[in-house]
Design a binder for this molecule. Structure first.
Ligand code: AHG
Ligand code: MN
Ligand code: MN
Ligand code: MN
Length: 334
């Protein structure tokens, strides 16, 4: 008899037995993230036909032009979670301030931070997109958390992961140790386990970076990327360049096949572009729990003490040996 597919719900319930203290809330929360993925995928798969492309004409707190699909994805997260009774606060790349749920709405002990649509430059050209989520636990029962209570180190995340809207829709997450990937079967509307216990290779042969910024990189970064392109078969060089403009898609490739993604600090922007709380931290948790590394170039991402909701950090993430080599070059040790 064919092996019965492992659905997301079944997997979470089985995981729950490994975490006796885990309540059903956590399982429902991850299932709701799956629902958000189905709803966003439903829009993206027909985006060219349902008048959702283009921009809203607004500029967000990041100083970015907001795409209509950024807002649609943001609203999808809000609609699914504000009545879920699972969370007490929602924070997003697209909202200047966190949303405190109205007093009379059901609340839960989780704090959800998210990038509702990652890779927005890809929306109108049918290229890969993602969504990233980070889950923290609020210990002040009942009392609503102040914004500063969201500024928790990445090591304090109870779960983190991403949705990848690529040739298929995937949900990849870690709830504390291992990393698992589920693929949405649209014909039955279920996420089925497709990548159990993902382990990233110690070293890869792919690098992802926007080399259009090369002239703004610091010398150590330039030296590292230059070395990746030297024709030295013995050293496994050159690496292949693969860059999609979507952090989730580029890191997912590297998570499965090995390599390194860099969005480094720049001469006039030492903090880089990517946001710590809802991009770097969740992606770092996933990659570290798969055996990889995530660094600013000088510090471990997950150890950083956040100071602001939309704080940016340089991100060097991927196979452990590749990240270590990049760090050595950036720190002038190689
Ligand atoms: P977002 O679309 O959520 O603002 O994130 C975009 C990020 C990341 O997804 C991607 O790797 C990077 O910005 C692309 O930046 P450049 O266009 O500067 O390369
Ligand atoms: Mn993003
Ligand atoms: Mn985004
Ligand atoms: Mn953006």
């Amino acid at each position: 008899m064919a092996k019965f597919p492992v659905t997301l719900s079944r997997f979470i319930i089985e995981q729950q037995t490994a975490y006796p203290e885990a309540t059903g809330e956590f399982s429902v929360l991850l299932t709701q993230i799956g629902l958000v993925g189905k709803l966003i995928a439903h829009d993206l798969r027909r985006a060219g036909l349902i008048d959702v492309l283009g921009t809203t004409g607004e500029t967000n707190v990041q100083g970015e032009v907001v795409k209509r699909l950024d807002m649609i994805a943001n609203d999808t997260f809000l609609r699914v979670f504000e009545h879920s009774g699972l969370v007490c606060v929602l924070a997003s790349e697209e909202m200047e301030k966190p949303i405190q749920l109205p007093q009379h709405w059901p609340k839960g002990k989780y704090m959800l931070l998210f990038d509702p649509l990652d890779g927005s430059s890809n929306t109108d050209v049918n290229m890969p997109l993602g969504a990233i989520f980070s889950i923290l636990k609020h210990d002040g029962r009942g009392r609503l958390p102040a914004e500063a209570e969201l500024f928790r180190k990445g090591t304090e995340q109870v779960a983190a992961g991403y949705l990848l809207f690529g040739s298929s829709t995937m949900l990849v997450f870690s709830v504390g140790q291992r990393v698992h990937g589920f693929t949405l079967d649209p014909s039955i509307g279920e996420y089925l386990l497709s990548h159990e216990n993902i382990r990233i290779p110690k070293k890869g042969k792919v690098y992802a970076a926007n080399e259009g910024n090369y002239h703004r990189w610091l010398p150590g970064t330039q030296k590292y990327v230059d070395a990746l392109k030297v024709n030295d078969k013995a050293a496994g060089r050159p690496y292949s360049a693969r860059y999609s403009g979507c952090l989730v898609a580029d890191v997912h490739r590297i998570l499965l096949g090995g390599g390194i993604y860099l969005y480094p600090g720049e001469i006039d922007k030492p903090e880089g572009k990517l946001r710590l709380l809802y991009e770097a931290n969740p992606m770092a948790m996933v990659v570290e729990h798969a055996g990889g590394k995530a660094s600013t170039g000088t510090e471990r991402i997950l150890d950083l003490e956040p100071k602001a909701l939309h704080q940016r950090v340089p991100l060097i993430i991927g196979s452990a040996e590749d990240v270590e080599q990049a760090e050595a070059s950036i720190q002038g040790r190689a």
